[in-house]
Design a protein. Structure first.
Ligand code: TXA
Ligand code: MG
Length: 318
């Protein structure tokens, strides 16, 4: 049986013995193991049932710890880390050979992130090694934003879940690389692109699908519940699927033509921050209901809304 609690010493001991521990971050829960131990890393891939071509993010307690893992950090990356870490911002940096091949799927860059969660910060500070941690869900399924979500799918395979409550941001980190001094966003996430551009100038955005080798994990179909998902304008979707058993995921307001019990709202006040925070929990809740299809309303396609729509579209792509 998995134990759920706030015992950092226990998490530390398990990790030091090569075991995996689920950890809270501000974005989503991670399935963590010693990033410098290939056996621990191998366990992560096994438990998640994750293909080996999908690289893992390495979590550090500070920029100084990151320096031990990577070659010279480009100026723009350094600036972002200095100003904003800990944050939902993952930097792709040239790795040193101390990083196992398995972590990067053989690529010469490694994703590094300093997570902004007090429990996990304390844990990282007491450890002698950084933590590799993908989201703590079976490969392709909706990411977990609470200890209970982790327990739902991975409880039987884990000894310990460090319980840090509900995740504050609710969607994964923004991923940025710096090849040829050209900052490029590879995954939309919880960190604002506008803030990045204000700090280091214009960035390009290259959202990957399975056909793009740069970020092999950004598969077109991902973050998907078991139920079919369609995304669009609710009025149109409700008409189109009038004969199906539907569940509605609305942005800020329920639609009048459908029974309110069949509908869940992401943010009553229309806040994109709140919508992101509730997105995965709401998808999970609809997935448990006796329905055939989830009709999801696209949110305003600005700022964090772009990242929310990205997740909804990937959830719908399966
Ligand atoms: O917010 C987050 O980033 C969460 C929490 C736990 O930190 N982690 C997370 O990990 O979302 P995961 O494994 O679910 O997604 C990591 C993605 C990979 O699928 C891949 O697309 C990208 O990060 N990635 C990692 N290393 C990379 C690299 N060296 N080059 C390109 N993409 C990389
Ligand atoms: Mg994931």
């Amino acid at each position: 049986m998995v134990e759920i609690g706030k015992d950092i010493a226990k998490a530390k001991e398990l990790l030091e013995h090569g075991e995996l521990v689920a950890i809270p971050t501000e974005t989503v829960y991670g399935l963590a193991g010693n990033a410098l131990d290939p056996n621990s890393v191998l366990k992560i891939f096994k438990v998640k049932n994750r293909p080996h071509f999908d690289p893992l993010i390495v979590h550090v307690s500070s920029l100084d710890q990151a320096r031990k893992l990577v070659e010279k950090i480009p100026e723009k990356a350094e600036k972002l880390a200095q100003l904003f870490w800990p944050a939902p911002l993952t930097l792709l940096l040239k790795r040193k050979s101390i990083i196992p091949d398995l972590i990067t799927s053989g690529m010469d860059t490694v994703g590094i992130r300093c997570p902004d969660h007090p429990l996990t910060q304390s844990l990282l500070q007491t450890l002698e090694f950084p933590l590799a941690a993908p989201s703590a869900n079976p490969f392709g399924y909706v990411s977990p934003t609470s200890a209970a979500h982790v327990n739902d799918q991975l409880g039987l395979q884990l000894k310990y879940i460090l319980d840090g409550g509900e995740c504050r941001v609710g969607i994964e980190s923004t991923i940025i690389g710096f090849e040829n001094d050209q900052p490029t966003i590879y995954r939309l996430g919880g960190f604002s692109i506008a803030l990045i551009e204000k700090t280091i100038g214009p960035v390009s955005v290259e959202l990957n699908t399975s056909s793009n080798p740069k970020a092999p994990g950004q598969l077109k179909s991902h973050y998907a519940p078991k139920k079919k998902v369609v995304v669009g304008k609710l009025n149109e979707l409700v008409n189109k699927y009038s004969n199906a058993k539907i569940g509605v995921l609305a942005f800020s307001k329920k639609i009048e033509s459908v029974n309110p019990d069949q509908q869940l709202v992401l943010s009553q006040t229309g806040s994109l921050d709140e919508a992101a925070q509730h997105l995965f929990a709401t998808l999970r809740e609809l997935d448990k209901r006796d329905i055939d299809i989830i009709l999801a309303e696209a949110v305003p396609d600005i700022e964090l809304g772009k990242a929310i729509n990205d997740r909804l579209n990937r959830a719908a792509a399966s």
